[in-house]
Design a protein around this ligand. Structure first.
Ligand code: GLA
Length: 378
């Protein structure tokens, strides 16, 4: 990273490198903005941001993945407007770091990411968090504030009304474990996992519908909360209470809410099953989660459904489900470690046979959260 930075910007002294991981969510989908539970793991795939003070008073960012760069005058940053491309994540974070009261010196940023874009593995949160750390350049920040700041960048600047999960796990990820996040209290619990291979299979598609459907789901959940009445969020609602209010909401809204309230329960049951090493139950909960996302929440798609159904036919698979926002991206699969290689081969053949596309498959070893990756002194 330092060599690439030097080549790009012509100097290499004072460069520091920060790393922020992507994530795969094991279970708890579309529950974060309903203040419920999620259970993601941080990945070894990560975004790296190398930075050093610039010598001409300008901010500059170069994305190696896109081979594209942007630059801004220091005085311009606070009033930037979104330009609807990758640089919005960087500009949004710059504004939020300033708004949080940090003085940010003009700097050059060199960004490289190994998180596949559009794969539903949180490449954007990884970019946000690594950028924030690079701008802070080692100044201390409360980790929860860091996650919240990056989420604000996405909600307020990029304009995506996401929950806290992606930024939170990028900051709080743990090696060898999943992290159960309570999206209301924002506390977490480290959940060690049984001997199992976590494999993400990338559909290699991202349907356009995703963004608008996400907004619509957020809105539908609000409608459900109003119809139930007297509660802050769907976190406060259980199935009997929802059913009692069913007549006061459209049928679609009822199904959306049913997904959310049952999914919260599945997260808690999954954590318990994990503690007992009960992989069969963990697998059943995976499949139940997928069916609920497919039929009640309606955020799946033909490619994801196919990958889940095909996986369930393969030996050594405990369970499979879509992960992330939906409408493309990845499935996540729990596979017996000695069957991982044969699973990879079989799922690739099946997917290619049906869609003519080679799926990428990633081994998801839980990794630590964001931090400084290297510095000249170290
Ligand atoms: C996206 C959002 C998250 C979360 C998931 C669905 O990844 O960024 O906040 O809502 O979708 O679980």
């Amino acid at each position: 990273m330092i060599a690439s930075f030097r080549e790009r910007f012509g100097y290499g002294d004072g460069v520091r490198v920060f790393r922020a991981p992507g994530r795969v969510n094991l279970i708890g989908e579309h529950t974060d903005y309903n203040l419920g539970f999620v259970l993601p793991v941080a990945l070894e795939m990560a975004c790296f941001a190398a930075s050093a003070p610039s010598r001409d008073g300008r901010f500059r960012v170069y994305s190696e993945n896109r081979n594209a760069s942007r630059e801004w005058a220091a005085g311009e940053v606070a009033s930037l407007k979104p330009s609807k491309d990758w640089s919005d994540y960087v500009a949004g974070v710059m504004q939020q770091v300033l708004a949080a009261g940090f003085a940010v010196e003009p700097c050059n940023l060199y960004v490289r990411s190994t998180v596949p874009e559009g794969g539903g593995l949180s490449s954007s949160a990884a970019l946000e968090v690594s950028t924030a750390l690079a701008l802070l350049a080692g100044r201390p920040i409360d980790p929860l504030e860091l996650a919240k700041l990056c989420r604000r960048a996405e909600v307020e600047f990029v304009g995506m009304p996401c929950g806290i999960m992606d930024q939170y796990i990028s900051v709080f990820g743990r090696e060898h474990a999943a992290v159960r996040i309570d999206c209301r209290s924002l506390e977490n619990e480290i959940v060690p996992l049984p001997e199992v291979e976590i494999l993400a299979v990338n559909t290699m598609v991202k349907h356009e519908l995703g963004q608008s459907a996400y907004r619509q789901r957020v809105q539908e959940c609000r409608t459900a909360v109003e119809a139930v009445g007297g509660v802050e969020s769907l976190r406060d609602v259980d199935l009997p209470r929802l059913e009692a209010a069913a007549a006061r909401m459209p049928e679609t809204v009822f199904r959306r809410a049913r997904h959310v309230v049952t999914e919260d329960q599945r997260v808690l049951r999954f954590v318990e099953a994990s503690r007992r090493n009960d992989l069969a139950e963990m697998g059943r909960l995976f499949v139940a989660s997928h069916r609920s996302l497919q039929h009640d929440y309606e955020v799946s798609c033909a490619e994801l459904d196919f990958l889940v159904d095909a996986a369930l036919e393969i030996e050594g698979v405990f369970g499979a489900r879509m992960t992330g926002g939906g409408f493309g991206g990845c499935t996540v699969n729990l596979v017996r470690p000695d069957k991982a290689a044969s699973f990879r081969a079989a799922i690739a053949v099946a997917y290619r046979g049906r869609f003519g596309i080679d799926p990428r498959i990633y081994s998801c070893r839980p990794a630590r959260g964001a931090g400084e990756a290297a510095s000249p002194e170290k």
